[in-house]
Design a protein around this ligand. Structure first.
Ligand code: A2P
Length: 348
C-alpha cells in the first residue's frame, strides 16, 4: 500500500479550479484523497471529478491539517490570507495568483524551464502568469542554445484569463449585440465582444499594465538572469480559450529559423506547427484543451543581426494555469519535496 497523499484544490468552483480537478484526474495524479474548497457561498455545492463529484467545502484557516498539497486558484487576496496558514500546517501550496510570485521566499516555477528552483521551497510555490509560462516554454531552448538579450512581446489574451466572469461577459455581450441591445460592461472597462482592449490588469506608475510588468519581472526570476530584457504589450481579445503571442527575440549568438524549428520540435512541452506554404500555424480555437505550447511563424528578424520572430499559442487555463500547477505538484513528488522545512516562514 502506497503512502497516503491528500490534495486540495482551493477555488474549485472557478474556471481554473475546475480545470485543475480535471487535470489531476486526467493525469491520474497519485492522490489517495482529493478535496475541493471555495468560499462560503459555494459550500455544499458539487464539482465534477472524473465520473464522480466532490462536495465543495468552505475555505477556513484551520482546514489544512492532513492536506499534503493545496493548489490555489482563488485570487490574490485569498492566497495572501490562507496560504501562510496552509504552510504553517505543513501543507505545500502551489499558488496560481500573483500574490507570492516575486516574493524571494517563493520559487516561481515552470517545470520545463527551472524545476531545480523547487529545492529551496518553504511551503509556498508560485505558478507564473499564464502569458509568461507559454512564452518561456518556447524561449528556454533558445536561451540555452544561443542566449537571449531582449524580447519584445505582444499578447492576444483570451477572456478565460479573467475567470468565469470573463467568459460570461463575452458570451452575454455577444448575445446583446446580436439582439441589438447595448452590451453591459461589468468586468472590463469597455466592451470586449467584437473589440480588442490594450489593457489587462491595472495601470502602474510607468504607464505599463501590471500584466505587462509581470512578463518582464517573472522572466528574470524564472531564468534567474537579470540580463534578459522583456518589453510587453498585453491585449485582451474576444476569444474564450487560448492565448496567442507575437514574440520577437534578439539572441546573443545567431540562430537561423531552420535551426530554431529543429530545436523547438525536440523541446519538452513544445509542438512546432509551422509550414507557411501549407497555411499551417497555431490558433487558439484549434488548440484549446491541449497540453502543449504551440509555436509557428518562425522567421529570422531581418531588421537586426541576431533576431527571430515567432507566434506562440497555448491554452491559458490549461498550460497557463492548471496544468503547470499540477506539473509542479508532480515534480514535488518526484523530487520528494512534499514537506515544509520551516513552518513559520510565512507567519511573521
Ligand atoms: P466561489 O465560487 O465560492 O466564489 P474565478 O477566477 O473563475 O472567478 O474563480 C474564483 C474561485 O475562487 C472560485 O472558486 C471562488 O469561489 C473562489 N474564491 C473567491 N473568493 C474566495 C474566498 N474568500 N475563499 C475561498 N474561495 C474563494
Amino acid at each position: 500500500m502506497s503512502k497516503k497523499l491528500t490534495v486540495a484544490v482551493v477555488g474549485a468552483t472557478g474556471a481554473v479550479g475546475r480545470e485543475m480537478l480535471k487535470t489531476l484526474h486526467d493525469r491520474q495524479f497519485p492522490a489517495t484523497a482529493v478535496r475541493a474548497f471555495a468560499s462560503a457561498r459555494s459550500a455544499g455545492s458539487k464539482v465534477p471529478f472524473g465520473e464522480t463529484e466532490l462536495t465543495v467545502q468552505e475555505l477556513r484557516e484551520d482546514v489544512f491539517e492532513g492536506i499534503d498539497i493545496a493548489i490555489f486558484s482563488a485570487g490574490g487576496g485569498t492566497s495572501e490570507t490562507f496560504a501562510p496558514h496552509a504552510a504553517h500546517a505543513g501543507c505545500v501550496v502551489v499558488d496560481n495568483s500573483s500574490q507570492w510570485r516575486m516574493d524571494d521566499r517563493c520559487p516561481l516555477v515552470v517545470p520545463e524551464v527551472n524545476p531545480d528552483a523547487l529545492a529551496g521551497h518553504n511551503g509556498i510555490i508560485a505558478n507564473p502568469n499564464c502569458s509568461t509560462i507559454q512564452m518561456l516554454v518556447a524561449l528556454k531552448p533558445i536561451y540555452d542554445a544561443v542566449g537571449i538579450r531582449r524580447v519584445v512581446v505582444s499578447t492576444y489574451q483570451a477572456v478565460s484569463g479573467t475567470g468565469q466572469k470573463g467568459l460570461e461577459e463575452l458570451e452575454r455581450q455577444t448575445r446583446d449585440l446580436f439582439n441589438l441591445r447595448e452590451p453591459e460592461c461589468k468586468v472590463y472597462p469597455y466592451r470586449i465582444a467584437f473589440n480588442v482592449l490594450p489593457h489587462i490588469d491595472v495601470f502602474l506608475d510607468n504607464d505599463y499594465t501590471k500584466e505587462e510588468m509581470k512578463m518582464t519581472n517573472e522572466t528574470v526570476k524564472i531564468f534567474n538572469d537579470p540580463s534578459v530584457k522583456v518589453t510587453a504589450t498585453c491585449v485582451r481579445v474576444p476569444v474564450f480559450f487560448g492565448h496567442a503571442e507575437s514574440v520577437n527575440v534578439e539572441t546573443v549568438k545567431k540562430m537561423t529559423a531552420k535551426e530554431c524549428r529543429i530545436l523547438l520540435s525536440q523541446a519538452p512541452g513544445v509542438k512546432v506547427f509551422d509550414n507557411p506554404r501549407e497555411k499551417l500555424y497555431p490558433m487558439p480555437a484549434y488548440i484549446a484543451g491541449d497540453d502543449e505550447t504551440y509555436v509557428g511563424r518562425i522567421r529570422e528578424d531581418e531588421s537586426i543581426e541576431n533576431g527571430l520572430n515567432m507566434w506562440v499559442v497555448a491554452d491559458n487555463v490549461r498550460k497557463g494555469a492548471a496544468l503547470n500547477a499540477v506539473q509542479i505538484a508532480e515534480e514535488l513528488l518526484r523530487r520528494d519535496l512534499v514537506r515544509v522545512k520551516d513552518r513559520n516562514v510565512f507567519m511573521a
